[in-house]
Every structure is written in C-alpha cells, then in structure tokens.
Design a protein around this ligand. Structure first.
Ligand SMILES: [Cu+2]
Length: 133
C-alpha cells in the first residue's frame, strides 16, 4: 500500500517535470517570431538548399494555407551568389553573397497544393517542392 503511494507521487513528479520542460521549451522557441508565424532557417551550401542543422538536400517545405512565414536564408557557399524564390507566389530574396543572410516574410496563399521554390541563377539544380495543406 505504502509502496504504491510512493510510486504514484513519483509518476506525478515526472509528469510535472515533463510539462514544465515543454512550457519552457515553447517559451524559448517562441521568442524570435510572433505567435502564429512559422519560422524556418534555410542554408545554401554546395549549390544545395538545406534546413539549418539537417542534411536532406533541397528539402520539401510544408506550410498551411494562409499561414505567415518568416524565412531566414543564409548563403554559405564561398564565391557564389544564391537566392530563394517562389515564382508563383511572387516571393523572392535578393541575391546573396557568401556569408550573407536575409529574412523573407510572406503569407502562404490560401490554396492547397504543391509549388516549387528555387534559386534563380541555378534553377536547373537548386529547386525543391513546397506542399501547402
Ligand atoms: Cu544558387
């Protein structure tokens, strides 16, 4: 009986710590963008787009129709200019030199389906899919 009670409180303690950790994590990640804005960080290296910290080349970007996006783009390719554009959305960054970074803020169209993003100077190889759901 006594043993079961101790275990009961231990379980509650673990759950409380998990909830607290989740709240802290949410507070921390929410500092850079206003509520409801999706923020993503894209990096260009070796003529390829990557999500910062990941290694899937030219990853599929997923958005919700109508959502606000804050896209941070960084060019890490030495000696080469790159940009980011979604032609059908009229979204385009300026060309970035190596080690340059820019922030694009835009609203995803209210239309589900797929679109394509690319780098204009290298659109033949630097492109990927956007899925809007
Ligand atoms: Cu490029």
């Amino acid at each position: 009986m006594e043993h079961a009670r101790v275990r009961h409180w231990a379980v509650i303690g673990v759950v409380m710590i998990a909830i607290l950790g989740g709240v802290l994590l949410m507070a921390k990640s929410g500092t850079s963008a206003p509520a409801g804005t999706r923020e993503l960080h894209l990096v260009v290296r070796d003529m390829t787009f990557f999500m910062a910290g990941e290694d899937t080349p030219n990853p599929t970007l997923r958005f919700r129709a109508g959502e606000q996006v804050r896209l941070v783009l960084r060019n890490e390719d030495t000696g080469m200019q790159h940009d980011f554009t979604v032609g059908s959305w009229r979204v385009a960054s300026p060309p970035l030199d190596a080690r340059q970074e820019t922030v694009l803020e835009f609203r995803v169209p209210e239309r589900r389906g797929t679109d394509t993003y690319s780098c204009r100077p290298h659109a033949q190889m630097m492109y990927g899919t956007i899925e809007v759901e």
